[in-house]
Design a protein around this ligand. Structure first.
Ligand SMILES: C[S@@+](CC[C@H](N)C(=O)[O-])C[C@H]1O[C@@H](n2cnc3c(N)ncnc32)[C@H](O)[C@@H]1O
Length: 371
């Protein structure tokens, strides 16, 4: 008996009954406050014994535990499950919709995500976030949630646009995991007509991405070799994405987006070095007295400066929390939407204060000035 489908439904509570062994019943629950752990309580007539185990062991644990029982009742996110072992050792599984949407406990899965389980997204399968039937692996559920969150950030913006055709550029696309997922979402799920181009400096990465796009059958997703600052597009660009493009590569991406009048910009800057190395922190000890704090503050100030410049160029800007598929857990996403509103005093102040106190004009400031 395989419990894969039941496990993929992320059960919050399971009761094993109709015993064959020494315990009367076993109850398995998510541990409150520790979403990655389950606790199994085994009941005898007079006592209860507890054992904790990590979420990724649920399958293995359940297989063993069920050898001592004939029945499992389980409450998952989508279904209420009933598993029975007959006297002839046949396993019968039935499930019905979990209409009460049983509280998914520590897992906090109350909302419905943009990508649902069973929607097979090839890149998510390749990333081993879901299996080939679209079941999200419990241990990768957090990643699945984060990717959904990123799609929501895009959806929040495009849902207000009465537009079916989108041209998108992804600058510094690298291995393009999210690019494939975004393309899949917009074309296959949202049914939009999307042409998307990923650009990167690395030839091997570009050819691998083109092969993957072919393998997935993504006809209007292509990858090109080139430098962000030299890239020319023969069509209007509606959205510019740039995730973790290093240091000032982000500034070139933002500059291109502004120049194209792109409606939407989604940028996650990284490797901020410019302000750290060229800013004069001597007059502002509170910003740069100690090594690591200076590095962190420089990065935040740089992103504030970028956000303020985007505002100056007629964008409404939010800063949101973003994740990285490969390494650092937290990052800042600069999301900018073209709205042609007047520049706020706040953004003028940010630019003036950074340039004035730190005696530097950073790349984006210079590029936009050249326009
Ligand atoms: C850290 S990787 C991020 C890849 C991907 N966007 C992601 O988030 O997983 C940064 C990528 O930006 C590319 N890159 C850096 N500067 C670039 C430039 N000036 N033009 C094009 N690509 C650039 C690098 O080659 C690298 O693949």
């Amino acid at each position: 008996m395989e419990f894969i489908a039941l496990i993929a439904d992320l059960p919050v509570r399971l009761i094993l009954s109709n015993p064959l062994g020494e315990h009367r019943k076993s109850e398995i629950r998510r541990i409150s406050g520790q979403p990655d752990f389950y606790q199994c309580s085994r009941f005898t007539e007079k006592q209860v014994f507890h054992v904790n185990f990590p979420i990724e062991k649920l399958h293995e644990f359940l297989m063993k535990e069920f050898s001592q029982y004939r029945q499992i009742d389980a409450w998952g996110f989508q279904y209420v499950w009933n598993v029975k072992r007959t006297k002839k050792d046949k396993i019968l599984v039935s499930k019905k919709a979990n209409e009460l949407k049983v509280e998914a406990g520590a897992h906090n899965r109350k909302k419905s995500y943009i990508l649902q389980e069973k929607m097979v997204v090839p890149a998510l399968v390749d990333l081993k976030i879901m299996d080939s039937e679209g079941n999200v692996l419990p241990s990768r559920y957090d990643k699945f949630k984060q990717i959904n969150r990123f799609l929501e950030m895009i959806e929040d913006v495009i849902e207000n646009e009465d537009k079916k055709q989108w041209n998108i550029v992804d600058f510094g696309c690298g291995k393009s995991y999210l690019t494939f997922i975004v393309y899949d979402y917009l074309t296959r799920i949202r049914k939009l007509d999307v042409t998307m181009t990923g650009l990167d400096l690395k030839a091997d990465v570009i050819s691998a991405c083109n092969l993957t796009a072919q393998r997935y059958g993504y006809e209007q997703l292509n990858f090109k070799l080139g430098d962000i600052k030299d890239y020319q597009s023969d069509r209007d660009i509606d959205m510019v994405i740039s995730l973790h493009a290093c240091n000032t590569a982000t500034d070139y991406a933002l500059n291109q987006a502004v120049r194209w009048n792109a409606k939407i910009i989604m940028a996650v800057p990284c490797c901020h070095k410019e302000l750290l190395h060229t800013g004069d922190f001597s007059g502002v000890a509170m910003f740069g007295a100690y090594g690591l704090s200076k590095e962190r503050i420089s990065a935040l100030l740089t992103d504030n400066y970028r956000a303020a410049l985007l505002e100056k160029m007629g964008y409404r800007v939010d800063m949101l929390e973003m994740f990285d598929l490969s390494h650092s857990p937290k990052n800042i996403l600069i999301r900018a939407i073209k709205c042609d509103r007047k520049q706020s005093q706040k953004s003028k102040d940010v630019i003036e204060q950074i340039e004035g106190h730190l005696k530097v004009r950073l790349t984006l400031g210079r590029l936009l000035e050249d326009e």
